[in-house]
Design a protein around this ligand. Sequence first.
Ligand SMILES: Cc1cc2nc3c(=O)[nH]c(=O)nc-3n(C[C@H](O)[C@H](O)[C@H](O)COP(=O)(O)OP(=O)(O)OC[C@H]3O[C@@H](n4cnc5c(N)ncnc54)[C@H](O)[C@@H]3O)c2cc1C
Length: 512
Amino acid sequence: MPRASTESGADVPGGRLDTQVIVVGAGPVGLLLAGELRLGGAHVVVLERRTAPTTESRASTLHARTMEILDSRGLWDGLPDPPNDLRGHFAGIPLDLSLPGSRPGQWKVPQFDTERLLGRWAAGLGADIRRGHEVRAVTDTGGYVEAEAVGDGGPVLVRADYLVACDGEDSTVRHLVGADFPGHDARRELLRADVEGIEVSDRRFERLPDGLAIAARRADGVTRVMVHEHGAPAVDRDGAPAFGEIAQAWKRVTGEDISGGTPVWVNAFGDAARQLARYRHGRVLFAGDAAHRQMPIGGQALNLGLQDAFNLGWKLAAEVTGRAHTELLDSYHQERHTIGRRVLSAIEAQALLLLGGPEVEPLRSLVTELIGHEDVRAHLAATIGGLDIRYDVGGPAHPLAGARLPRTPLAASTSASTSGGATSTDALRSGRGLLLGPGGDPNFDPNLDPVLGPLLSGRGIPFATPAPSAPGTEGAGWTLVRPDGHVVWANPPGRPPEEGLTEALNRWFGPA
Ligand SMILES: Cc1cc2nc3c(=O)[nH]c(=O)nc-3n(C[C@H](O)[C@H](O)[C@H](O)COP(=O)(O)OP(=O)(O)OC[C@H]3O[C@@H](n4cnc5c(N)ncnc54)[C@H](O)[C@@H]3O)c2cc1C
């Protein structure tokens, strides 16, 4: 295939554009993926059918792990000082989200702000984002993949090594490749409206005899109401429900009349649950809502998708730039399908408890009682926040292996010289992973070490040593961290690094 002549790819005769990765969809997942691909050195073209970014409010919660991820790419400062609420919930049952870590809680960021931030970042890194381009056909020849899009200037053909479908819950690409998408359609639904000019009291998750009612007034005077009538089935809809339908349901459940308000946005969402059987189909991969459909309870849908993109980006970049071990790309499906299945199952459990009628009350009482136990509370908070994710990274067992590295303060000497930051989060910004050493000689440079130097040669992995007694790393000597912040190998203090480091480097960072 002709190689790229620009950051996105090369125009070849006949009007075809060649690149390394095509991303279909410039939603939050596609944009984060595009940035990650660029950071890993891949050429990327994003094809998006909308001519302008969405202004719909959609998801408004970013959880702890997502915030850590954004922080590790220097994107935290780009968010407009988001409010944080540690008062979360599990199926509407109050759940304190406090946990050790740098960003616990629920950060309130409207989805359009997240998209704006990611879009600017990805474009700034050189991603070629082409709006007004709807993908209508995908061909995987085995040797390359082609996408045909229709744009303002007529049809466009793009050829690449891989294509990633980030085209949302009704994914065109999923239909085009005939991917198996098992699960079930919505059985029940919540009706939702953002309304101006109504006065109703705030309700977090009020369970009334005839249904569930939620109301929250925003600073701008708009009130978001959500309602579900016990026993009401999900409706097969072509578009959004009429505001009158929502007002009537609200009246039946709460007895209050909101029909005189002005709807700013109306929407219905159901408890459908589906997950692709395989996240990879040859040269076509899936991420975000294209890979899994779930009820957006507790704001987990968006977070799950963003974390897919963060797992995939560096692996796919390594693959198309020839740096990847043969099994690296397939670890995307193994890792993220497992996590997705777990999150979808927890969401289904919440949907049953939240939308069920009086028959679920005994179970709700039991769960409320269990949440009163600190172990259970912390477990659920970590699951919702994405902080307990542990990938199966193989290699020797170690308490840190597979887990995310929490933000770790670095020793002043190494932070300034080799890794370029005060914490491990800063040191991950280059997207090249991180090797943490056990400390000792402040001027130690592993690249000049006769044993380590050849191992690290050409891989560009930053090196740092934790600050003395940095929390979380007490039991580790040397620690190797992937670009997405997960530890792939650590050895006990006092052991030499060459024991096991070579294998871990080859597997996760490719041959030197
Ligand atoms: C109305 C609504 C309300 C929601 N509310 C919440 C909520 O409260 N909490 C929560 O957590 N989640 C919510 N979600 C879900 C959340 O918005 C999604 O999880 C999130 O947007 C997923 O991001 P994504 O990038 O995977 O997909 P999307 O954001 O859907 O992005 C997909 C992109 O692909 C583009 N596209 C689609 N087909 C093509 C094609 N053929 N060619 C080119 N481009 C294409 C689309 O235009 C879109 O820009 C809501 C979703 C919707 C639709």
